[in-house]
Design a protein around this ligand. Structure first.
Ligand SMILES: *Cc1c(COP(=O)(O)O)cnc(C)c1O
Length: 345
């Protein structure tokens, strides 16, 4: 018989390209096999409903909606919060614009307005200055923050900044969305309950398939009325899944068991940062706050190709920048081997 898990027989592979590369744990596979399911487009999948309710409870919202990806949860949120011709105020480098293929324009007819954000952190007064009301300009429709901020290095937004932007949003009457793909990393890094972050927002997008380890899925959280609106746009985008409880079952395990593993990823990221510096590569240690390390590496693509040939995978994101992302399937042993490859041993 052929091996049902051929990946396990492959040669050494230390995959630090992203935390999306995690594969489902045995516990997840068991839960998937045993999941109760129904037709989720009719809201009749008990496991999806359980996941949505549990995520909503955890983050302090009335309701949640399960979707295949974080791009979809973000873009559905934008569709619900905005009207065509408006602007979405967001930190420079935000995933909702940089890596979501112009979807805010293509689907919702809105454009981004970036706010300066050193190390991913915008100044609440900078957000206020970006707000537009004049009849000669496209009006502001919503504000969106990203925590942790991916492109800035997985950096954490301090809670007082969240409170400051919340105050601006309230004063200006604008909805405030969180692209919280990795908000569990932000909570772990600050040692706070996730709802201490979520409580500042009208809606939150949380990825289950990043560091939390689920194979597929994100959840959008908000008020009951907001989620009712989100249902319609999810279906328009083709995100109405049927017996999705198979996926939600893994998502529930990710939500329950994933967060406890994140501090170890963060510790290993710092160790990797020091190893990279030891090998002569520059790293801004102040940005190494969670599970990512961005290193300055000349001829990044050639270097990452050479490392890949030895089994170490990392993403060259620029001519001289390589991103390494830690996740729960990188053990201390694999990390040691990675640092040896980086050191040229
Ligand atoms: C990964 C990610 C998303 C969602 O990505 P998908 O691949 O569509 O699930 C959204 N925001 C941030 C910051 C991300 O890192």
């Amino acid at each position: 018989m052929s091996d049902p898990h051929p990946a396990r027989t492959e040669p050494l592979r230390i995959d630090l390209r992203s935390d999306t590369v995690t594969t489902p744990t045995p516990h997840m596979r068991q839960a998937m096999a045993e999941a109760l399911v129904g037709d989720d487009v009719y809201a009749e999948d008990p496991t999806v409903n359980e996941l949505q309710q549990e995520a909503a409870r955890l983050l302090g919202f009335e309701a949640g909606l399960f979707m295949p990806s974080g791009t979809m949860t973000n873009q559905v949120a934008i569709a619900v919060h905005t009207q065509r011709g408006q602007e979405v105020i967001c930190a420079e480098g935000s995933h909702i614009y940089e890596w979501e293929l112009g979807m805010m324009a293509a689907f919702s007819g809105v454009v981004p307005r970036f706010v300066e954000a050193p190390r991913g952190v915008p100044d609440p007064e900078g957000v206020r200055r970006a707000i537009r009301r004049s009849i000669h300009q496209s009006p502001s429709g919503m504000i969106s923050l990203e925590d942790t901020h991916n492109k800035a290095g997985g950096t954490v937004l301090p809670l007082d900044v969240l409170a400051g932007v919340r105050e601006v949003a309230d004063q200006e009457g604008l909805p405030l969305h969180l692209d919280g793909a990795r908000m569990m990393n932000a909570a772990a890094a600050q040692g706070v309950a996730p709802r201490e972050i979520a409580r500042h927002f009208d809606s939150v997008s949380l990825c289950l398939s990043k560091g939390l380890g689920a194979p597929v899925g994100s959840v959008l959280l908000g008020s009951r009325a907001f989620i009712a609106g989100a249902h319609r746009y999810r279906k328009m985008m083709g995100g109405g899944m049927r017996q999705a409880g198979i996926l939600a079952a893994a998502g529930l395990i990710a939500l329950r068991e994933g967060p406890a593993l994140l501090p170890e990823d963060h510790r290993r990221a710092r160790e990797l940062a020091h190893a990279l510096m030891g090998a002569g590569y520059a790293v801004d240690l102040d940005t190494v706050q969670t599970n990512m390390v961005y290193a300055t590496i000349p001829q990044a693509q050639a270097k990452s190709d050479a490392w890949a040939a030895q089994g170490l995978l990392a993403n060259a994101l620029d001519v001289d920048r390589v991103r390494f992302v830690l996740h729960h399937q990188i053990s201390d042993e694999l990390l040691v081997r990675a640092t040896e490859i980086i050191a040229g041993k």
